[in-house]
Ligand binder design. Structure first.
Ligand code: FNR
Length: 422
């Protein structure tokens, strides 16, 4: 009702309420590169569309004349009662959207009591994000790097900085074929963005020092624009052989100083880990006592395997359609995975959630909590911390209204019988 009252009192919304209008507004507010990076998907972006289309195949089937005056959105997640079944998904390189990036997102999430999953590719070190919103619930998302020492160090820091759980993202062992980014020469990593978690890490710094002090000094070498298999796999496809980036700065200027350049190159050395297998997972257990969630699970057999491996949560995601073109939409596989998990561990669901009624549908199909991705990045780009807050608040408000209008008072009440397949 606060959202309506604000409207009645004449307070103008900061961000458009409609999801498509929000995206359009962000397109106007962001640089071409930032919008391409956030909105874009893999290949012809058929997975991005399929994620949305899957919601269109389900309808909410309301029941009437049930007292729904007292509604409660709270759920248990990782042993804590949370005010709502919503998380913020990890989004890297948010400095492209707003200078305050993760600091603004952490503050907005904390203000609403929504847990924030901090990305391994965040723009600020995790300790600084904690300091920006010390009371906020945070999870840390790890990209398993080729350096085990670095993985262990990142997890140690996550634990020390008060993160509640580790989310290991498994669908990005190679970076997806992102057409929009490739057309714009993949700005983020070539400008050394999104590596703050690494450059603030003592192990990573040592790796960089070893690289620069050794025979492999690149201080006077040509800029690293060769299209090596590694560079392509890491998404650093400078497809035009070192032509200047869009905008006024060339790659050579951006990485002129040898240290940042060595940092970016060290990052590229360790980022891509296609050799990772289930056997490696056991190491994560040695590195941390925190609960471990696996993000990027889309096959029921993998969910079962994850349970056998003793994980503490399954995060169903296809990375918002950014990794494989024409991949399975996550909503379609949610029921089968929920059946295999059978309530033994929590299920986080993402990819395609744009509004409260989407969250309702995913929760009805068995998600424990739903994670929001692109919409909050748009809010950040349009209006910073307040924009993120407003986007999340709108999703929560519509979820609450859908809960009540469909004849339910708690999230636990909502099951598959609240839906009808089209
Ligand atoms: C992501 N995603 C992501 N996931 C992850 O594990 N680590 C990361 O650093 C990022 N970075 C990232 C940046 C941007 C701009 C986007 C849009 C996405 C994936 C993210 O966590 C989530 O899975 C998707 O955003 C969900 O899809 P929708 O809802 O955004 O379509």
């Amino acid at each position: 009702s606060d959202v309506y009252r604000a409207g009645i009192s004449g307070t103008r919304p900061l961000v458009p309420v409609d999801a498509d209008a929000l995206e359009r507004s962000a397109r106007g507010a962001l640089s071409a590169e930032a919008f391409a990076y956030i909105a874009g998907g893999a290949g012809a972006e058929r997975t991005v569309a399929a994620n949305r289309a899957a919601f269109g195949r389900l309808q909410v089937w309301p029941r009437v004349l049930r007292d729904v005056s007292d509604r409660d959105l709270s759920v248990d997640f990782l042993g804590v009662r949370r005010p709502a079944p919503l998380l913020l998904a990890p989004l890297g390189v948010m400095e492209m959207a707003h200078a305050d990036a993760d600091l603004a997102v952490a503050r907005a999430a904390a203000a609403l009591g929504i847990p924030y999953t901090l990305s391994n590719q965040a723009s600020f070190p995790m300790e600084q994000v904690r300091d920006a919103a010390p009371a906020g619930a945070r999870l840390f998302q790890l990209y398993w790097s080729a350096s085990h020492e670095l993985n262990a160090s990142l997890l140690r820091r996550a634990e020390a900085s008060g993160c509640e759980a580790i989310v290991i993202t498994l669908d990005t062992h190679l970076l997806g074929w992102r057409t929009r980014d490739l057309d714009l020469a993949y700005v983020p990593f070539t400008r050394g963005m999104g590596i703050a978690q690494y450059t603030s890490d003592p192990v990573f710094r040592r790796l960089v020092r070893e690289r620069t002090s050794g025979v492999r000094s690149h201080a006077d070498a040509p800029p690293p624009v060769r299209i090596t298999p590694k560079a392509v796999l890491a998404g650093m496809s400078i497809a035009r052989g070192g032509a200047p980036l869009t905008g006024s700065r060339s790659l050579r200027q951006n990485l002129r100083s040898p240290l940042p350049r060595a940092a970016v190159e060290t990052f590229l050395d360790v980022f891509s880990t296609p050799a990772l297998t289930w056997d490696d997972l056991a190491k994560a257990r040695e590195w941390t006592r925190l609960p471990i969630l696996l993000k990027g699970v889309v096959h029921p057999d993998d969910a079962a395997r994850a349970l056998d491996a003793g994980v503490d949560g399954i995060w169903i995601s296809n990375h918002g359609g950014r990794q494989i073109d024409q991949s399975v939409p996550t909503l379609d596989v949610l029921p089968a995975i929920a059946e295999r998990v059978a309530g033994r561990v929590p299920i986080v669901f993402d990819s395609g959630v744009r509004q409260g009624s989407d969250a309702f549908i995913a929760l009805a199909l068995g998600a424990t909590v739903v994670a929001l991705g692109r919409p909050y990045a748009y809010g950040l780009g349009i209006a910073g911390e307040a924009g993120v807050r407003e986007v999340v608040r709108n999703v929560l408000a519509e979820l609450d209204i859908t809960l009540g209008l469909s004849g339910h008072t708690t999230i636990g009440d909502v099951g598959a019988d609240a839906l009808r397949a089209v």
